[in-house]
Structure formats: C-alpha cells, structure tokens
Design a protein around this ligand. Structure first.
Ligand SMILES: Nc1nc2c(ncn2[C@@H]2O[C@H](COP(=O)(O)OP(=O)(O)OP(=O)(O)O)[C@@H](O)[C@H]2O)c(=O)[nH]1
Ligand SMILES: [Mg+2]
Length: 158
C-alpha cells in the first residue's frame, strides 16, 4: 500500500475577498452571505483525486505568515473583482512570495458580481504570466470555478 499524499495549500488575500467562503464552498458545498472576519488561521480538509488537501485559510491578522506558507504546495492568491485594491494586494503578495517554491494560483472571486468588476481578465492574465502561473474566476456564492481551482492543483502539481 502506498502512503496517502497529503498536501498543504494556503489561501491568502485581502480582507473580505471571500477566502473562507471559497474554502467552505469547496469543503462543505455551502455558502452563507454572512461576513465573519477570520481572526485566526484555520485548516480545513478535503480529499480529491486521491490527495488529502489540508487547506489553510490564512487570517489577515496572522503574524506568522512565513510559517504558514512554508511547506505549502501551492498558494491560492484571491482578490475580489469588485475592488481594485484587492488586485494590488494580490500583486504585492505574489511579489513577496517570489523565489519561494510554492506554486501560485490567482483567483478573481465574486464573479457573480462581474457587472461591478473593477479588474478583469487583462489584469489577472498579466499577473499570472509574470509569475508563470494561471488564473481562475470564481464565485463562492454560485460555486462557479471553485472545484476547478483544486482540480487544477491536483492534476498539475506533483
Ligand atoms: N456576491 C458574493 N459575495 C461573496 C462571495 N464570496 C464571498 N462573498 C461575501 O463576501 C464577504 C466576505 O467573505 P469571506 O469569505 O468572509 O471573506 P474572507 O476573505 O474570508 O474575509 P476575512 O476572513 O475577513 O479576511 C461575505 O459577506 C461573503 O458572503 C462571492 O463569490 N460572491
Ligand atoms: Mg475569512
């Protein structure tokens, strides 16, 4: 018998971009419109494609960012497409992580509100190309694109 693969994946981004909502949609297939700031980093689990994903929902208040990100197979960097400032934060985080081994995936969340978008494909394309990576649009509200992020990880990373 081979040992199960266990991967740590961290999800980061500005306050309120929908990190917790994305994780809860993926793990429990639920969405509640409530806004409860994540004060402490929390780990969720789900198995996919034979890999146990340990998903770290990183609190913006966490002071141990290096510890959190170290050992992450991938870092999902999320922005809220209705707030341009959250895109700038995505770029800052990606720059900060440059040189680290973890793969970066860029996510524009709240795609159900795309009529209010302040950034879109051009910006995410630029950012993901700069970091040899890829991007997805998601909506934790409708579920659009959520499984695709994690499927991409399990199928493309080894
Ligand atoms: N319309 C819409 N609202 C969303 C979506 N994802 C999250 N939200 C809402 O945005 C707000 C913030 O979502 P959270 O999941 O708490 O965001 P977060 O990034 O975990 O926030 P912090 O933990 O405070 O950093 C909540 O009111 C959510 O219901 C989405 O895809 N569409
Ligand atoms: Mg949260």
């Amino acid at each position: 018998m081979t040992a199960p693969k266990i991967w740590k994946v961290s999800i980061v981004g500005d306050q309120g971009v929908g990190k917790t909502s994305i994780v809860k949609r993926f793990v429990f297939d639920t969405f509640n419109g409530e806004s409860v700031p994540t004060e402490e980093t929390k780990v969720y689990k789900r198995k996919m494609d034979g890999i146990l994903l340990m998903i770290w929902d990183v609190s913006v208040y966490d002071n141990h960012v290096d510890r959190i990100l170290s050992g992450s197979k991938a870092v999902i960097i999320v922005g809220d497409i209705t707030r341009y400032g959250t895109y700038e934060t995505m770029a800052d985080i990606a720059r900060y992580l440059n040189g680290s081994k973890n793969s970066k995936i860029f996510v524009g969340n709240k795609n159900d509100l795309k009529y209010r978008a302040e950034f879109w494909k051009d910006e995410l394309k630029t950012l993901s190309e700069r970091h040899n990576s890829t991007y997805f649009f998601t909506s934790a509200k409708t579920g659009e694109g959520i499984n695709e992020i994690f499927q991409f990880l399990t199928r493309n990373l080894r």
